[in-house]
Ligand binder design. Sequence first.
Ligand code: SAM
Length: 365
Amino acid sequence: MEVIEKQTENSLQEKLISLVDKISIASVQDKKNLIKKNDFLLLLQNKDLIFDYTRNKANQIRQENFSNKIYIRALIEISNYCKNACFYCGINCKNQNIQRYRLSTEQIMECCKTAYELGFRTFVLQGGEDIFFTDEIICKLIKSIKEKYPDCAITLSLGEKSKESYALYKQAGADRYLLREETANSEHYQKLHPKNMNHKNRLECLRSLKNLGFQTGAGFMVGSPFQTLDDIAQDLCFIQSLKPEMVGIGPFIPHEQTEFAKFPSGDLNLTLFILSLIRIMFPKVLLPATTALSSINPEGRILGILSGANVVMPNVSPMEQRKNYALYNNKASVNEESAEGLILLQKQLDKINCKIDFSRGDYQQ
Ligand code: SAM
């Protein structure tokens, strides 16, 4: 009996290996070679049988494309005001127990200055959907940063806007935009968001960003409430067809003042496995080892890199405001000085023979 079981396991493992190889050789440009949802699902259902193989392959592809370089981005959390009530997010507008803040232009410019002096050449401006930040204010900010730091890239992560607004940000000089789809399944989307938030619009925003020529980032939380492996397979299909230049994948982590407070965090190994699949699917993609990953495991960053990630985004927001940008509980590096943080990061990277790359780190075709 045991022998038969072992044989079945071996033949399944062979099938999984050939699937991973197929992802690696599939030209994402070629519609005929697209990986089907059921194939992704089979991999996800049997990840333990193929985990090491997938991780090693992803790590090798990262090294072939980026050598030992890890790009860094200076993350500036510009506001925790938000007009949305996403059920999972600690800064959602219904949460009355957090201290709201909004950085002034001067404070944001000061963060850029500190980051520039430390060697960063990409600034990521992230925030809730804060109506104070009109298109005019955002464009003025982009222009001021670009004027002062013409050799730097600007990434925005400010949520859903109209196509016209995105076009204005592009004209003003923004280079990249991060907007996770959160889930590619619209029924699942409605379980994570209130009725006034629209899945179709979120996906439409991503297409607009791509069409406008932004280096565009999609992605989702792993282990968000009600998510199934089938949903994740659907996300992988969505990402495969969108072909984003960046992909943000991190575990869901509960926040005690949200209605998802009692749900468990996303699984570390599943998150790492998905990072590897993304790297294999898109050898050149810009793939962060996220703060959420470091928050569920102190080695999260390094494990993420060893699974194919090639970007880290240290926080350079003003120290006194960091605790207030609490999307979830126990967020990593809230108290870490950015300068100290970089030294610590390089020390961690030394152990895996990697080094910080201080260039802009744009997506290369
Ligand atoms: N408002 C912008 C947007 O909607 O894209 C950017 C800010 S939003 C807080 C950034 C990302 O944080 C979201 O895309 C979401 O995936 C992630 N996030 C929010 N709550 C989280 C949680 N509880 N656990 C893990 N990630 C979370």
